[in-house]
Design a protein around this ligand. Sequence first.
Ligand code: TYM
Length: 334
Amino acid sequence: MRVLSGIQPTGNLHLGNYLGAIRNWVKMQDEMDSESQCFFFLADMHSITVHEGREQRIRNVRDMAAALVAAGIDPDRSVLFNQARVPAHAELCWLLNGTARIGWLNRMTQFKDKAGKDREGASVGLFVYPVLQAADILLYQASHVPVGEDQKQHLELCRDIATKFNTDFGRDVFTLPAPIIPKESARIMSLRDGTAKMSKSDPSDLSRINLTDDDDAIMAKVKKAKSDQDMLPETAEGLAGRPEATNLVGILATMTGRTTDAVCAEFAGKGFGAFKPVLGEVLVETLRPIRERFLQLRTDDAMLDAILDKGAAKAAAAAEPTLRAAYDAMGLMR
Ligand code: TYM
């Protein structure tokens, strides 16, 4: 088994990233057998689609590396690196640009969301972003890709690109990857709007819980979270049509490893005044040790850079045979 996943080093790690993806990364790393390998990376080449100053970008990469280690990624067992250090990603992306179709990219909902109304003003990088993502995955012959629900379409595109490439060039150069999407926490929603995804780019900081939030901030955000006036139902069915309630119950269920039915049963007939302090406490207790490790790790840039150096060397060596096979299949002499 080859596990691979990535995260953009822009802004903070938030609860959506943690419950939708990172927690699964750690679990897969911890359950790995001796035949398997995990690759986790900071998608800094993807983050050029968001404008940021040089210093900020450097800080963001180190911070996200620190956050992943704090959340449980062990750089001795998993390969942890930043994409810009492994040029094979950009090279394979270019090769795959010959295979990917404009029509396929036109259907990507994330592009439509991020480009907004001004399509003509969006960067070319934002449009071909999913091709680079396909390269990230295919370079390592990844078999399993743990991600949140919002990446599902990009994973399907990756499979389409791999299939077409293998067929067009008559060789099985690429492995088809399977997305690993959690059942309960695939899509954590904003605390201000149960119909919008929790995201780094939401202008309201109250919409998300950041890994850097202290205990008081977490509790205050949970208390201010949008909910409704109704009581909690006996089963999860009764949450239908209540997006905020569904999200909050879902978060508590995920955090405590229970089903939403079990959480409803516990709070049946009670309101959010009773529910929120319990949810807040669970979040505070779970996130505190991660935050404390993160704050300590981020003070040691030399150590973080050393982790990324080592990871990049391992990743580059693992990527090289696939890149060579792709050039060779296409008849590109090097
Ligand atoms: P990114 O940086 O937006 O998010 C990182 C991971 O967090 C998940 N996620 C969520 N899960 C549940 N609820 C949410 N509200 C939520 N918000 C984010 C995402 O699904 C993702 O798994 N394009 C990717 C990065 C990437 C990548 C890759 C991933 C680049 N190359 C190759 C996998 C394989 C992205 O922007 O993720």
